[in-house]
Design a protein around this ligand. Structure first.
Ligand SMILES: [Zn+2]
Length: 81
């Protein structure tokens, strides 16, 4: 079964957007999820792939996004979840 993000409603404002990463995959980003990587401290957002795999993404240029797995020196920590 596919799990959808909750739609915007009266109580919560979700700010979800589909974007394409530089590696070519499409993800849904939650722009409210801005945080810092627990490993390297870089500013990241959380995104979900079509397969509902959650991954951190980072800004790599003007309006260019890519998975933070690609650059994070501590990427192993994410994968061990
Ligand atoms: Zn990192």
């Amino acid at each position: 079964m596919s799990k959808e993000y909750p739609a915007e409603d009266k109580n919560h404002k979700f700010k979800i957007q589909d974007i394409k990463l530089e590696c070519g995959i499409f993800v849904k980003v939650d722009w409210n999820s801005k945080t810092k990587c627990g490993g390297c401290g870089k500013e990241i957002f959380w995104a979900a792939t079509k397969n509902e795999k959650i991954m951190p993404i980072e800004l790599i240029g003007h309006c260019k996004w890519n998975t933070h797995f690609a650059t994070c020196p501590d990427a192993n920590k994410f994968r061990n979840n």
